[in-house]
Design a protein around this ligand. Structure first.
Ligand SMILES: C[S@@+](CC[C@H](N)C(=O)[O-])C[C@H]1O[C@@H](n2cnc3c(N)ncnc32)[C@H](O)[C@@H]1O
Length: 363
């Protein structure tokens, strides 16, 4: 099994959580967090309708729209200077980008990034009518390169809203949803790297079991992995659903289990945790002093990863036996574990598992 990103073995915070390209084991999930993955983005599959704190849309979301989550809190946390330079690292369909642009003055700037070329059309629409906005089709782990290409040295704020967007989930051709039949693809960057079916059709049972356990907290990981391997080749999402169902003794499989398996494979295929860790590192280093970094995450592994990275900046560890020196801290907490209000969760089920965390760079 091969890690898919060009990960490095240590990040800029001196930690060594990335796996090397040829490592056999994916990003390790702290054991106390392996139980809570289940809730992840299940809710996204339920279909959304809308009000949100910034603007009210009273119609169900179409395949092409994505309702931004925690938009008001995110913008307040990130934008401190209306003529500053900001980055939306996960453009999607631009919900957060539009909310940020609404706050900026004529001299403010916003750079948006998305690895999915499908995001580009919405971004180009904004680019054409708003000179303050620029889009780059890239991975957020390459943020520094994107900024260099635009001759930008430092930024005032950056936000991440990780995972997949509603349009990605609701497009059967992308293969993210267990309830839509389509090719078993699951690549966020369309056409780049191996698809889920390429991987599933060659992976060993032991490696598949590890991924299902670590990234999906799938209890019956081994029997599901065995069924998947025995039914190869799997080409469609419904082929995968059939294999998962076949592993159940009772013959019934809950939506929760299907979502867990799909989530685990998606995280692995897109190397999402290494991407996030590298993206946070790039983003923090790009911030000027006083700049803000805000992240909306959707499941416990992501929540924990963001918390750990933020913690290492706010309270860096001291050499063994020595007290932590306040002057070693590089950031202070702005927002901790903010969840959507009841009304947002009701209006937009996709927001239910969201958590917003934000820090400010102090040096
Ligand atoms: C939840 S959606 C963001 C929605 C967006 N905030 C909005 O309001 O429309 C996440 C987006 O991040 C993108 N994405 C995920 N991982 C990425 C990465 N490593 N680099 C760049 N974009 C990424 C996905 O393609 C998807 O479009």
């Amino acid at each position: 099994m091969e890690s898919k990103a060009s990960a490095t073995s240590a990040d800029s915070f001196g930690r060594s959580r990335f796996i090397k390209r040829n490592d056999k084991v994916p990003y390790r999930v702290p054991s106390e967090h392996q139980h809570a993955v289940a809730n992840s983005r299940l809710s996204l599959l339920a279909g959304d309708s809308t009000p949100n704190p910034i603007r009210v849309v009273n119609k169900p979301q179409s395949q092409e729209t994505h309702e931004p989550v925690l938009a008001q809190d995110l913008v307040r946390a990130v934008v401190t200077d209306t003529s500053g330079i900001y980055v939306d690292a996960t453009f999607g369909r631009g919900g957060h980008s539009k909310a940020i642009l609404d706050q900026l003055s004529d001299t403010g700037r916003l750079i948006a990034i998305d690895r999915d070329t499908d995001a580009e059309a919405s971004a180009l629409e904004i680019e054409q009518r708003d000179a303050r906005f620029k889009f780059a089709n890239s991975r957020f782990s390459e943020l520094r390169k994107v900024l260099d290409a635009m001759v930008i040295r430092s930024i005032d704020g950056v936000c991440f809203d990780v995972g997949v967007s509603t349009p990605q989930l609701k497009n059967a051709d992308r293969g993210f949803a267990f309830d839509l039949d389509g090719p078993l693809d699951m690549r966020m960057g369309k056409g780049s790297g191996s698809s889920a079916s390429d991987w599933i059709n060659t992976v060993a049972v032991a490696d598949l079991t590890k991924v299902l356990k670590l990234y999906g907290d799938v209890r019956a990981a081994r029997s599901i992995a065995r069924q998947i391997v025995s039914r190869r080749p799997l080409e469609t999402t419904f082929d995968l659903v059939g294999a998962i169902r076949a592993a159940s003794r009772s013959g019934t499989t809950s939506a929760k289990i299907l979502a867990q398996v799909f989530q685990a494979i998606r995280i692995y295929i897109n190397d999402e945790l290494n991407e996030l860790q590298a993206g946070l590192s790039e983003a923090f280093e790009a911030l000027g002093c006083g700049g803000r970094l805000a992240v909306i995450s959707f499941h416990s592994i992501e929540h924990r990863l963001v918390r750990d990275v933020f913690q290492s900046l706010v309270r860096p560890s001291a050499p063994r036996g020595l007290p932590v020196r306040d002057e070693d801290a590089r950031a202070q907490v702005v927002l901790k574990n903010v969840r959507p209000h009841y009304s947002e969760r009701q209006a937009n089920p996709a927001s239910r598992s969201a958590m917003l965390q934000a820090i400010e760079k102090t040096r």
